[in-house]
Design a protein around this ligand. Structure first.
Ligand code: ASP
Ligand code: MG
Length: 394
């Protein structure tokens, strides 16, 4: 089978599962902008379209792409067959607009493959137990591809998109950002704020779970792209993979809270009851038997969370509530942190050398995150990028 990498302008993303170096199945997404166009049409009719009908509508974008791609392949002399999610039994739960794939019945695909055809499957869509069309959430074609690659036992799943890989950080912030040749599933998940622009995070989770190596490549240029895979020994030398950041957070602080059991639950309970997600949490004890508590929430939830916290403060007899919506979270990510000491102090020193004040710190096995003032974002990213030598090949 020849290369079919150059005909994807009839589709959006083209995703291939490969086995023994050959394409075994191609998953496509809608043409660029098509899903948004369909969404707009729905929104002209209703502010909150019925989720089931929205799925019927949105799934048409991919149906157009599979047909056009198959025609293009046939024109080039290949035998190709297109299928919607329903036709190849991509079975999902019934959560319209954000369904999860439960099972794939690959018998039809395998028959076609056995006959030498290229199978072109519509991404982003499936069918529930009752025959309703479902969709997997924005960017869901990536997840379809990984699920199919797992079901078909592919060696690698390749995602052709408009960037040529995953970078050490956002090149718009640090022009010296470098494409990574490899990154682990875990690191990719930690870099979500960078990675989600490249591929659907759920696809990375799926790939990690089923150990399907994923490669992100450019549709427009030749290149190796970035391989997202399991950790191997060589990777340990690459101590740090990248710097992610998130501008969407806001900080909330409650000080002088009487320190007794149940305080954290008492503060966070009303916030979660209001469906507000909390990201970082820090609590410390002062000498006077009171405690200070700081957390971050999505910036869009800031006003609401501040009001709830002020209410809680009164009830608990706390001293003061304050907040700052103009903060960012910077995260240094790398599996090398597991085996190398001193990464945190090096990170904090690099920020201190630029006079950047750290407000909060949190760590996981392969990530150190700090909250800083938003105005220092660019400076902070560049300082860390250079301190950890990310512009050079490692
Ligand atoms: N067409 C869908 C979207 O725009 C799915 C995808 O592109 O993967 O979100
Ligand atoms: Mg898309």
């Amino acid at each position: 089978m020849g290369s079919i990498e150059r005909i994807e302008h009839v589709a959006g993303k083209v995703i291939q599962a490969k086995r023994d170096g050959h394409d075994i199945v191609v998953v496509v997404s809608a043409m660029s902008g098509e899903t948004n166009r369909l969404l707009e049409m729905a929104n002209q009719i209703s502010d909150s379209p019925v989720p089931r009908e929205l799925d019927v509508l949105l799934s048409t974008g991919e149906q157009v792409s599979i047909a056009l791609l198959s025609m293009a392949l046939e024109k080039q002399g290949f035998s190709a067959r297109s299928y919607t999610g329903t036709q190849v039994n991509i079975l999902t739960d019934s959560a319209h607009n954000k369904a999860r794939i439960e099972r794939i019945d690959d018998s039809r695909i395998c028959t076609d493959l056995g006959e030498g055809s290229i199978v072109v499957v519509a991404g982003f869509q499936g069918v529930d137990d009752n025959g309703n069309i479902t969709t997997l959430g924005r960017g869901g074609s990536d997840t379809t591809a990984v699920a199919l690659a797992a079901a078909l036992n592919a060696d690698e799943c390749r995602i052709y998109t408009d960037v040529d890989g995953v970078y050490t950080t956002d090149p718009r912030v640090e022009p010296k950002a470098r494409r990574l040749s490899q990154i682990t599933f875990e690191e990719m998940l930690e870099m979500a704020s960078l990675g989600s622009k490249v591929l659907q995070i759920r696809a990375v989770e799926f790939a990690g779970k089923y150990q399907v190596p994923l490669r992100v490549l450019s549709t427009f240029e030749e290149g190796e792209g970035t391989l997202i895979t399991l950790e191997d020994e060589d990777m340990e030398a690459a101590r740090i993979s990248g710097i992610a950041f998130n501008r969407d957070e806001a900080q909330l602080t409650i000080t002088g809270v009487p320190d007794h059991p149940g305080i954290a639950a008492g503060i966070l309970g009303p916030i979660s009851d209001a469906n507000i997600e909390v990201d970082m949490i820090v609590q410390n004890v002062a000498g006077d038997d009171t405690t200070d508590f700081t957390c971050t929430v999505h910036r869009g939830d800031y006003d609401k969370a501040l009001a709830i916290l002020s209410d809680t403060a009164k009830k608990l007899g706390a001293r003061e509530v304050s907040g700052d919506p103009e903060i960012v979270k910077l995260s240094l990510v790398g599996v090398g942190m597991r085996s190398h000491a001193g990464i945190a102090s090096k990170m904090f020193k690099a920020l201190a050398d630029e006079n950047i004040n750290i407000r909060m710190i949190s760590t996981s096995e392969i990530k150190i995150s700090v909250v800083i003032e938003e105005k220092y974002l660019e400076l902070g990213v560049r300082a860390l990028h250079s301190a950890f030598g990310l512009e050079e090949d490692n």
